[in-house]
Design a protein around this ligand. Sequence first.
Ligand SMILES: [Zn+2]
Length: 334
Amino acid sequence: MALPFLVGGYAFYSGTSTRGIIWMITFLLAVVACVFLHEVGHAYAARRYGVSVFDILLLPIGGIARLKSLPSKPAEEVWVALAGPMVNLLIALAFLPALWYWPRHEWFPILNNYDLGSALVCLSLFNAAVFVFNLIPAFPLDGGRILRASLSRKMSRLKSTRITTWISRLIGLGLLTYGFFEGSFFLMGFSLFIFIIASREMGSAVVSSFLSDTIISSLAKDARSFDPETPIHEIVEHLHRSKNGGAIIVDECCPIGFVNLRMLEPLKGQVTHVGSLEMPTVICHDSNTPLREISQQFSVFPKSIAIEENEGRPVGYLDLDLLDQGFQAFAKTV
Ligand SMILES: [Zn+2]
């Protein structure tokens, strides 16, 4: 928001007339308002599909409507992404009649023609440019999101993100080459921005696909259950004999803790029963629970253990290390 006043200050020191300074500040405030309305368009469409909106941020490179989640259906995502540019198209069309004044005066501000007609023409052209620019099918522009959501109707989200990421990189490469030969630092900087955001989108699509498509049973390690009264040396012997990384401590069919060799070895001889140990928090999940639900447990309690239950009986465990190993293996396959 400080930009219009900075430009106004610069105009004052460069000898622009008072009328010109007021024109510039008003015009730039109107530009900021149009960027804001673009984001309001996204936010309004998102709320219509039941998606909450955190807030709207105005940044030097544009605005962002921060959504709590994405709409569940690809068609809804298309409409949410399209709503922003549509607002700019409507504004551009609303101010279009001002173009009738064009032949009667020079509208470009450098020519010191600071009147309402020139402001409306400039706003109309600005909004038309924002509309077209945002429909370029590259991340992070709305066009990139529209392309990805449209492809998601026919293929997985991961595949549609990968295709959109590559198209984004091609467009970024084209802009970088054009910007280099034209000497435009803006275009070169923007192409780098496209590369960075496209890679980030791909990364988050891989994480999202891993968390949604994998269930706890495919990553959990088998673990036997023991009573809290079991002597520690007995569990240590079992863990040495078996390939299990740990053991689940169950009190009357209810898992109350988890132990592994790393925790037990130093305590051998000091504590007799495993039940008297301080153990990490355990939370039970059914074998078919997707990792997306379990990841919430680790984001709140990173040191906790997820217990895999099959028909109500604890059969395995999953910790943050196993989750990470599973993700590394998954990431290599995509
Ligand atoms: Zn947008």
